[in-house]
Write a protein that binds this ligand. Structure first.
Ligand SMILES: [Zn+2]
Length: 280
């Protein structure tokens, strides 16, 4: 049995050149594509028939040998990936996320009940949060995540992933998604093929739609004025799934766009094939 060990330490210069299409381990039986920064969605490829574990947990591998894992916003320890091949040999790699600097963002003018909710509203938020957590537990066999994502619409990036939020003077948790502003009613398109797991109106999130892209990878759109797809529907990349609004905790029309690998919230702006197209 042969065991090959490799180590990928994301190098700032190399990834600055091609942040979205970085490839590590080319030519080997275990390769990675995607952003290897904190918040990155990493798409792995092994020879078909191999079994893969990520930090000792077995992961789903598609018949074509595709798998996924995510690098958390504060991920500091190397992620250990082991591939065991049909011939009995194995290969292991360590992926160390490139550390990022996050900004502090002050936001004022948010309706006070969103900042200091009532006990009933807290209960509602917890109930809705539990639905999202539950939907993110599933590992399905779709491979919509395997190709880089498309932006759901052109717009203006108003809040980056990882920003430390201070809302109406009150420190909140990090902002683990991106906010894209566009006129109310702008169509929101599915960023990749998937299945709708949640389409509902939530307290904080407003008009909320979550898509399952397979292998634990999901994306969600918040604050929609209208939802155009229902839970259980299959969507193709580019299908209109809703309209931009300002429902829930929002100070103006925008979409909060989230990406996750199971419960690990990732940066969708690092999983797209292009930078955000400007608003028309
Ligand atoms: Zn947001």
């Amino acid at each position: 049995m042969t065991i090959a060990r490799r180590r990928f330490l994301a190098a700032g210069a190399a990834f600055a050149l091609t942040p979205r299409m970085a490839v590590a381990g080319e030519g080997s039986r275990l390769t990675f594509r995607g952003s290897m920064e904190q918040g990155g969605l990493v798409v792995g490829l092994v020879v078909p028939g191999a079994k893969v574990s990520v930090n000792d947990l077995p992961g789903l591998v598609s018949p074509a040998g595709i798998f996924a894992f995510g690098l958390a916003y504060d991920c500091a320890a190397p992620v250990h990936v082991v591939a065991k091949f049909a011939d009995g040999s194995s290969e292991s790699s360590e992926v160390t996320a490139l550390a990022r600097q996050y900004q502090v963002q002050n936001i004022t003018g948010v309706a006070e009940h969103f900042v200091s909710p009532s006990p009933e509203e807290i209960e509602r938020m917890q109930r809705e949060h539990a639905l999202v957590v539950e939907a993110r537990k599933h590992e399905t066999d779709g491979v919509g995540f395997a190709e880089p994502f498309d932006w759901p619409f052109p717009g203006i990036l108003t809040s980056e992933y990882g920003s430390q939020r201070v809302i109406n003077g009150k420190p909140m948790g990090p902002h683990l998604g991106v906010d894209v502003a566009a006129p109310e009613g702008t169509p929101i398109r599915a960023p990749a093929d998937g299945v709708v797991t949640i389409a509902d109106d939530f307290f904080l999130e407003g008009g909320f739609t979550q898509l399952d892209h397979g292998h634990g990878v999901s994306s969600c759109c918040l604050h929609q004025s209208e939802r155009k797809v229902a839970a259980g529907a299959k969507v193709a990349r580019g299908d209109v799934i809703g309209l931009v609004g300002k429902t829930g905790r929002a100070t103006g029309p925008h979409m909060h766009w989230g990406l996750a690998w199971f419960q690990v919230k990732l940066d969708p702006s690092r999983a797209t094939r292009t930078p955000l197209p400007p608003a028309a």
